[in-house]
Write a protein that binds this ligand. Sequence first.
Ligand SMILES: Cc1cc2nc3c(=O)[nH]c(=O)nc-3n(C[C@H](O)[C@H](O)[C@H](O)COP(=O)(O)O)c2cc1C
Length: 372
Amino acid sequence: MIFSLGSLQLKSNLFLSPLAGYTNLPFRLVIREIGGVDLCTTDLVNARSLLEQNSKALKLIESNEQDSPLSVQLFGGVKEEMRDAAIILVEKGVDSIDVNMGCPVPKVTKTGGGASMMTELPKTQELIRAMVDAVDVPITAKMRLGWDDQNLTAPDLARALEDAGVAAVFVHGRTRAQGFDGSVNLDGIRKVVEAVENIPVIGNGDVTTPEAAAHMIEKTGCDGISAGRGAFYNPWIFLHTQNFLQSGELPPEPSFDERMRVLRRHYDLMVEVFGEERGSMQFRKVAPWYSKRFGPVKPFNLAMVRISSRIDFEKAVADYLEWRKPFLDDQGELLARYQLPPMVASFMQEEDEHQAKQRTKIAVPKGPVEVW
Ligand SMILES: Cc1cc2nc3c(=O)[nH]c(=O)nc-3n(C[C@H](O)[C@H](O)[C@H](O)COP(=O)(O)O)c2cc1C
């Protein structure tokens, strides 16, 4: 499938939504290797920090040849800074630049960036125009439906930004005031689709299965979807969604061996990008998402949240593969519970308690967004 994002021809209409702290280079490479996605976006980067060559900002935009095509997401409310940061990014070879207009965190909105951009249409339009005029890569905007239920400005903003030259808009179907509460308002996304004339609108929010992606496209008429948390819970989501949209068929779930292979690959990339100790420590929060579909897993998770080196990682994997054997049949498939030998079955209560305590969702801030 070819998807036109301004001058950029993409192979997929499925996108990785930025998740600060998660959508780093190793994760982007993992999902690119699995497939189904083309343009991926970095975590949000402060335009001013980039201009100051702040080392943390530079680390956020770290990329390589395989991490392509790449969009960097900028935030900031100062036109000149956003424009100059865009110029720097293009000099570095970035393929597209996304402007954050949805972040509800006061630290970001107070600077005139993030969701506050949805409240000042003329100023936002001018800022985007300055960026579009300064660079020849597509500029996109990622917004929510509005500041709150009384100010659902997304349709007007999207239209104004189309006039200013954005190549596409990404819409998370919640308001700033909603944070991550409640459900995604598909009707709100549809209004944005109806408001623009030619540019694509990408729907976003709570897409965690291929069926949810198809449902969003059907109900809103959007041109594609982006997934953030869903991609982290299930890195196969883009490949499976692409298959599902094309054929109506859901591919089989990846095998245990395939999940383990990708987990290992993710670990290797974390070490490559962040160094052995930091990469290992950061992998502590990654491994439990893979292991959710491993079956009995308590000792693995307990070992993984303590790793600080490759030796620790390899030992955790090897010990787990050994521990898991009694749960398997001759073909290496998990036995049903009733088939487990009594000694092994006795682990299961402990295992159930462990799994009940595991996070089922990526932590999001709670309570009124004003105090996040
Ligand atoms: C932990 C976390 C970090 C996020 N960081 C960003 C970010 O840096 N930039 C941004 O535009 N949105 C960010 N978002 C919002 C997501 O991109 C996305 O719009 C939202 O999570 C809804 O989509 P999803 O249900 O597919 O995750 C973040 C969300 C979460 C949960």
